[in-house]
Structure formats: C-alpha cells, structure tokens
Design a protein around this ligand. Structure first.
Ligand code: KG4
Ligand code: ZN
Length: 374
C-alpha cells in the first residue's frame, strides 16, 4: 500500500519517557517527532512516573504541531488517530489516550488503539518518505512469514513469532529485568548517567570484552526465556571488588562496559540461536526496541544468523529499522501498525467502521498489555 491510497494517520505514543507524535500513511513515515524527557529523569536514574506525566502534558501539543508541519499537512488532512494503549506507565499512557480521544472527537476521526510492543515488532517495516517520487528511494522490505520479532528495549526483551500481521505468539521473554534496564542499572553502578545503554556502547569501543568473564545465564532452562538479574549481581560484585583497590581507572570502566555489553548480548544470541534451530519455518528476524540501535548487538545477531544458516542450509536475514529514531520509543511505529491494520481491514472494507466503533466506545489504557493475549 502506498501513500496515495493509504489514509493519513496522526500517531501518538506516550508510553514511557518520550512524548512522540508522527504522521504516517500505510508503512510510510511522513514525520516522527520525539520529545525526549531523558534530562528530566536523569537525577532519578530511571523514569519517574509523575514527572513523565507532567512532561507529556506539556510537550504533546507542540509535538503535534511540529509533526504536522514536518509532514507538510494540517489537521484537516488527518484521516485517523492511532494511539498506544499499552504496555507502559499508567500515568504516561493516560495522557496520550486522553489527548487522542479528545482530538478524534473534535475532528470526527476514527481512533485506533495500538499495542506498543506490536509497534516495536513492526518498526522494521516502516519506510522513509521518498525524497523524489520519480525515483525509487524507499527501501521496500518485503516481510517473510512466519518471522521472529526480537524486541530488546528498556522495558521488554522478547522473542515473538509473527505468523501474519496481527497474529503473534510470545516464544520467550525475560523473567526479570529487560536487557536495556540491565545495561542502565549496571551503568548506574559505573556512574554513566541515564540512560546508560548508549554510553556503554561508546565506552565498549575502547574496552576489551574478554577482560571480565560474565556467566551465561539460563543455559539449562530448556526454554527460550531470558534473565539478566544474575549479570547485574555479577557486575555489582566485580565493581565492588575492583573499587576495594581504589577508584576505577578510565580503562577499567571501558573494559567493564565492553564485558557487560558482550555478556548481555551473548545471552540474547544464545537464546536466539536456540529459537531459530528449533523453528526451521522462521523466514526472517526483525529487530526492534531501544537497544536495537546498538551496532555491536546487530553484529552479534548477524553472526548468530550466519551460524544457523550454515548449520541448517537456511537464508535467514536480520531486518532492522531504517533509522535509529525508529528503534527507541516513537509514534511512527504506532502509525505503521495502524496503517497495516487498515490495509488488512480495507480488504473487508470495514476499517472505518471498526475504528469509529473504537472512538465511540471507551477504551482505556492497559499498562500490562500483552501482544498475544488481545
Ligand atoms: O525502546 P526504548 O526507547 O524504551 C522502552 O520501551 O523501554 O528503549 C530504551 C532503552 C534504554 O534502556 C537505553 O539504555 C537503551 O534502550 N538503549 C541502548 C542504546 N540506545 C538506547 N542500549 C544500548 N546501546 C544503545 N546504543
Ligand atoms: Zn518501547
């Protein structure tokens, strides 16, 4: 589906600490504004819900104005509103949903609630706005089903089998911290600021990942679940042991960053390898979530795919979002999910009816919403 035939959507995501508004059409991203609150949460070393709520309230209207402007449209061009229903922080979700309901009612627009994890899962299918319509600039990614979506973020680390758009099953997930959360918490021990994930990536480039050997968790669990809390404990003990000899040198911090990053990603790759070897029907791997921006993670995942391909004579490929902005929380991925749902429903010619029904019904936030239990 292309921009000419797909409705123009205003998408809203206020699930955590980014206020994001996008304009999308089908899988095309016409604008994607992300107003980050990271600076406000820095003193707390994590996201403080009431601070997030207040910041979303203040930022949402300017973000809408910026997103419309960047897309070159006005509110009168918008044909549907899409909004994150969950999972996320309850007070933060509330701001986006309230605003979405209000704007949908004001302009008589259909309202489409979207699962945030589905957004991360389908973010690889988003396409940039073509700069020159005469040229084929958009990187058209054709999905191959079933695919495996690997979501690695600050709130989630999950393997999701995608049988079709809208048909998902969770094969494995973290039983404690998410990968990004573990990086952030270990980064806090090293006083790297918040969020620490990107700093760890930067520091790891100067360090030796073999310097500190972390354990490989959950190797005997027999399932596809992950656990990062043991790595956190190991990091704390290692850091405390090193600090007993005095303040850490810059090089020690670099080596720790490289070793921690390697340990977190090795665990994900170990479990991914298991999922893929056990499921020869999977045709593609889709990477999404804030940590997906990390180049070393991509390198290690590609290596895992190469090994599986060689072992089972397969042609698995890793799809990644076309920009870093699409990895972290953003509303474009929410618009893309809504666009793809409309495309599927249009075949039954009922998308407006079903979406209108939603705007009339009262739908509420679902902070613990799951992708496979709708
Ligand atoms: O997807 P996201 O923006 O929010 C959630 O839904 O959780 O992910 C944020 C997480 C944070 O933990 C942050 O430290 C991590 O993604 N992150 C990174 C990188 N960029 C963001 N972790 C490692 N390397 C990066 N380059
Ligand atoms: Zn997210």
């Amino acid at each position: 589906m292309n921009a000419a035939s797909s409705p123009i959507i205003l998408a809203i995501d206020t699930s955590c600490d980014e206020t994001s508004i996008a304009v999308t059409s089908g899988t095309q991203v016409l604008s994607n504004v992300v107003a980050s609150q990271a600076q406000l949460h820095k003193p707390y070393g994590g996201v403080f819900p009431t601070v997030a709520k207040q910041a979303h309230k203040e930022q949402i209207e300017p973000a809408v104005a910026a997103a419309l402007k960047q897309a070159g449209v006005t509110i009168n061009h918008i044909e549907a509103i899409a909004v994150t229903q969950g999972p996320g922080l309850a007070p933060a979700l509330e701001v986006g949903i309230r605003f979405a309901k209000q704007i949908a009612a004001e302009h008589s627009l259909p309202l489409i609630p979207v699962n945030h994890i589905e957004g991360h899962a389908l973010s690889v299918l988003a396409q940039p706005k073509p700069r020159n319509t005469d040229k084929k600039t958009a990187d058209t990614k054709l999905p191959i089903f079933p695919a495996l979506a690997v979501i690695v973020s600050g709130g989630h680390t999950e393997f999701i089998k995608v049988d079709a758009i809208g048909q998902y099953s969770r094969l494995g997930w973290t039983i404690d911290d998410a990968a990004g959360e573990a990086l952030d918490k270990i980064g806090r021990m090293l006083e790297l600021g918040y969020p620490a994930g990107p700093v760890i990536e930067k520091f790891a480039k100067h360090g030796d990942h073999k310097k500190y050997t972390f354990p490989l968790p959950m190797t005997t669990s027999g399932d596809y679940n992950l656990s990062f809390s043991g790595l956190k404990t190991f990091a704390r003990n290692t850091i405390e042991g090193l600090e007993a000899d005095g303040p850490l040198s810059k090089q020690v911090v670099y080596d720790l960053a490289a070793s921690v990053q390697y340990a977190v990603f090795r665990h994900i790759c170990y479990k991914l390898n298991k999922v893929l070897l056990d499921s020869p029907d999977l045709g593609q791997v889709w990477l999404g979530g804030g940590v997906a921006a990390n180049i070393q993670l991509r390198v290690m995942l590609r290596q895992t795919l190469r090994e599986v391909n060689a072992k089972q004579n397969r042609t698995l490929k890793l799809l990644t979002p076309y920009s870093k902005k699409l990895c972290g929380d953003n509303a474009a991925m929410i618009g893309v999910v809504a666009g793809m749902r409309i495309a599927a429903d249009s075949q039954n010619q009922d998308w407006q009816q079903s979406a209108k029904k939603t705007s009339n019904d009262t739908f509420e936030r679902i902070p613990k919403m799951r992708i496979d239990a709708d």
